[in-house]
Ligand binder design. Structure first.
Ligand code: F3S
Ligand code: F3S
Length: 114
């Protein structure tokens, strides 16, 4: 089980979640943030601090936004545009800084479909 950031984060990127996370496992793309499912300890500290309620537990993602469950994983397990290897296990968002790209799914999302 892990927590997931859905499309409500798109183009908002408040980042309060990053500050709240005790294990620094929330990574910054270009238009939204992503939780590393291998690093999240499921503490839930990020969920209440998001002003647009973009974060929920994997099995509690709102209807119609389920694609973000796999997409959060894909951000780390698939090769992102412009990179030559998956991000994988990183061990800290602050150290690596903004990744600067999104998954193809998120990159193609109009705001209205978030
Ligand atoms: Fe996004 Fe909410 Fe975090 S808007 S950056 S998920 S606090
Ligand atoms: Fe961090 Fe939220 Fe997981 S605070 S440990 S990403 S539940």
């Amino acid at each position: 089980m892990t927590f997931v950031i859905a499309g409500d984060c798109l183009d908002i990127m408040d980042k309060s979640c990053m500050t709240a996370c005790p294990v620094d496992c929330i990574y910054e793309g270009s238009r939204k943030l992503y939780i590393n499912p291998e690093e999240c300890i499921d503490c839930g500290a990020c969920e209440p601090v998001c002003p647009v309620e973009a974060i929920s537990q994997e099995d509690d993602v709102p209807e119609g936004k389920e694609a973000h469950i796999e997409d959060n994983k894909a951000f780390f397990s698939e090769v992102l545009p412009g990179r030559d290897a998956p991000l994988g296990w990183i061990g800290g968002a602050r150290e690596i800084g903004p990744i600067g790209v999104d998954t193809p799914m998120v990159a193609g999302l109009p705001k209205s479909e978030a």
